[in-house]
Design a protein around this ligand. Structure first.
Ligand code: VGL
Ligand code: ZN
Length: 207
């Protein structure tokens, strides 16, 4: 079976949000068009406590986008974003919710960040999504959403490792590009790992 993962389509990652992904809102209509093509749709939310270690504000003297060591792992410091229960953490109002079977949260542990929707950045704890999809009989996973160079990249890399045939829907994703080529490099890395990069218009036809 096929499943579609709607990755972090939250207000804070959209224009006007705390960590806005450039042009991020253009993926919402694409995500809505895709949903009826899948028997199973799940959504994820970046879901941080206020004291999360990825927030520059929680490291006095450090600036947003600086790199630090967080409990032994390299960590980019972000603006405060997607704080549990705040409007910025909500799925955007323009996203159709009716077909979303379940929502998975990530980044809830203050001590470690979690870009992948499957595991934290140290691969210490699972979110439960992988086992849940396998229990449903999902073999092919299609990933769209934000941000291509973080959540989408690490989620698709983990999905391949977990044994899913994994598709990254390129035109249904946007990235942050802290460095200008980050999205391009992320796509190249996923391709090398065995992810199939497709366009939304191919799904249901050629794919
Ligand atoms: C993400 C930056 C900070 C993501 C999460 O899910 O892509 N990026 N937190
Ligand atoms: Zn985050």
């Amino acid at each position: 079976m096929r499943a579609l993962v709607l990755t972090d389509l939250q207000n804070d990652f959209l224009p006007g949000g705390a960590l806005a992904v450039p042009d991020g809102d253009s993926v919402i209509p694409v995500a809505n068009r895709l949903q009826p093509l899948f028997p199973l749709v799940v959504a994820t939310q970046d879901w941080h406590p206020p004291n999360h270690g990825s927030f520059a504000a929680n490291h006095p003297g450090k600036k947003v986008f600086e790199q630090i060591d967080l409990n032994g792992l390299p960590q980019t410091l972000w603006p405060v974003h997607c704080v549990q229960g705040t409007p910025g953490a909500e799925l955007t109002a323009g996203l159709d919710r009716a077909r979303i079977a379940k929502i998975f949260h990530k980044g809830s542990d203050a001590e470690i960040d979690s870009y992948s929707v499957f595991f934290d950045n140290g691969h210490r704890r699972a979110t439960g999504l992988g086992d849940w999809l396998k229990a449903k009989g999902v073999a092919e996973l299609f990933v769209c959403g934000l941000a291509t160079d973080y959540c989408v990249k690490f989620s698709t890399l983990d999905a391949v490792r977990l044994g899913f045939k994994t598709y990254l829907i390129e035109d249904a994703c946007r990235g942050i590009n802290l460095k200008p080529d980050d999205v391009k490099k992320a796509i190249a890395e996923t391709l090398r790992a065995g992810v199939v990069v497709v366009q939304s218009t191919e799904i249901g036809g050629r794919i």
